[in-house]
Design a protein around this ligand. Structure first.
Ligand SMILES: Cc1cc2nc3c(=O)[nH]c(=O)nc-3n(C[C@H](O)[C@H](O)[C@H](O)COP(=O)(O)OP(=O)(O)OC[C@H]3O[C@@H](n4cnc5c(N)ncnc54)[C@H](O)[C@@H]3O)c2cc1C
Length: 404
């Protein structure tokens, strides 16, 4: 077993570290300042500094690293993992700068894998160029959406069109005026087998009948730079039949295919977030004294630091093993490991960030450090892309099947 990264990964890692040091970290205060003054459409758009970073990343060839094959950088999951980890250190700036941010990444993967040549030309090409944004609309307020078979939005055929009716919420990116297209999941045939009722369809944002109602909050954050998380209502929205992705009834399978890479990308970035939190914690506790000795000399603080380091190493190994399995036996073959990392990583990173917050005192929950936002992101990822309990249920059932 070889634990070393290959030469291409090492080279990209070095270039990305330099990009972060020279461009991304210095842009963080600029980003905060630009966000503070943003109102109206600007509130829901990445601030200008992100566009500057995008231009620089593209110039340096640090672009679309997430996408395998010739349309993207052509990296394997194992090669991309440590790079995505680095982007997690500045989660609001680095992923969009590199055109590697969700939900666009998942939408690009779906279009690359299941899109027709015409769909790819119209939507994938501008997404790959970073010219437009997109959203994925599955979750609904009225039904338990962690079970995707509950989705109630209707996609009904009417001659050469499909007509869409339904209400969605927490649709990331949809508040952004640059979000040009939604991939909508709904039911084309409610009488079919449970997993064949759903389809996915491309819906241009300017189609009549779409009402982007409001931005949902996450612990009080609107995530406006990321395009927010919108409640969207579809009232008799008509799109041509050519907008269907794949075949009628294939929506559930496409959703499953999309979630494998999406989940591992989140976990990779979460590890970077944990590294950043641990680094901040170590710097803080060595620079402050309470009750006559540095915070770093307190046993409990040392325990937090040691446990964080051990957990990060454990998580990274499991994520890398999962990436390697996805590359070698495919996403289906890596099913159990993908669930394992999605269960383990957000929960552990939430705990690590929480302790870093504690070590910072009031500063930890303030806007002067990124810790409060990192905590909110880690906590949220215990719900998004499938709640912890759903992954545990599925993993346990697989395990039990071996003994049935
Ligand atoms: C910040 C954020 C961004 C998001 N972005 C998007 C997006 O872009 N597009 C999109 O479509 N959705 C998005 N979502 C929605 C997310 O995917 C859903 O919230 C998630 O799938 C859970 O669905 P639900 O909220 O309907 O919870 P429910 O299905 O109502 O589940 C509620 C709780 O029930 C429990 N539960 C459910 N099933 C089981 C079980 N089998 N065993 C034990 N307990 C169980 C779990 O604790 C779960 O958290 C986002 C959510 C957040 C918070």
């Amino acid at each position: 077993m070889d634990f070393a990264y290959d030469s291409r990964t090492l080279e990209l890692q070095e270039r990305l570290r330099t990009f972060l040091d020279q461009h991304v970290y210095p842009a963080e205060p600029v980003f905060a300042e630009q966000r503070a003054g943003a109102e109206g459409d600007a509130r829901w758009t990445a601030p200008p500094v992100v566009e500057d970073l995008k231009a620089e990343a593209r110039r340096q060839g640090l672009w679309n690293l997430f996408l395998p094959g010739e349309r993207g950088a052509g990296l394997t999951n194992l090669q991309y993992a440590p790079l995505a980890e680095l982007t997690g250190r500045s989660p609001h700036l680095a992923p969009p700068a590199l055109n590697c941010a969700a939900p666009d990444t998942g939408n690009m993967e779906v279009l690359a894998e299941f899109g027709t040549p015409a769909q790819r030309k119209e939507w994938l090409e501008p997404l790959l160029a970073g010219e437009i944004r997109s959203a994925f609309a599955m979750t609904e307020p009225e039904v338990a959406s962690s079970d995707a078979t509950n989705i109630e939005t209707r996609i009904e055929r009417d001659g050469g069109h499909y007509v869409i009716n339904g209400r969605k919420w927490y649709i990331s990116g949809a508040m952004n005026p640059k979000c040009a297209v939604f991939i909508v999941m709904g039911k084309t045939d409610p009488s079919a087998d449970r997993h064949r009722q759903q389809s996915q369809i491309l819906v241009p944002r300017d189609t009549p009948g779409i009402e982007v109602r409001r931005g949902m909050e996450v612990f009080g954050y609107d995530d406006g730079d990321h395009g927010g998380h919108a409640e969207v209502v579809f009232h008799d929205v008509r799109v041509p039949v050519e907008n269907l992705i794949g075949e009628e009834g294939g929506g559930f399978a496409i959703a499953q295919a999309r979630l494998g890479p999406g989940r591992i990308h989140h976990c990779m970035r979460l590890i970077g977030m944990a590294e950043r939190a641990l680094e901040l914690m170590c710097r803080r506790v060595t620079s402050r004294t309470a009750f006559g000795k540095p915070l770093a000399a307190q046993g409990v603080v040392q325990e937090w630091i040691a446990e964080a380091r051990v957990e990060i190493e454990q998580l990274r190994l499991l994520v890398l093993k999962t990436a390697w399995l996805m590359d070698t036996v495919g996403n289906q073959g890596a099913h159990t490991e993908i669930q394992a990392i999605k269960i383990a990583t957000p929960a552990a990173v939430q705990r690590i960030v929480d302790r870093a917050i504690q070590a910072h005192g009031a500063g930890g929950v303030s806007q002067d450090f990124p810790l409060a936002q990192l905590w909110a992101a880690a906590r949220t990822l215990r719900l998004a892309d499938g709640p912890d309990e759903v992954h545990k249920r599925s993993l346990a059932r697989r395990e039990l099947r071996r003994f049935a």
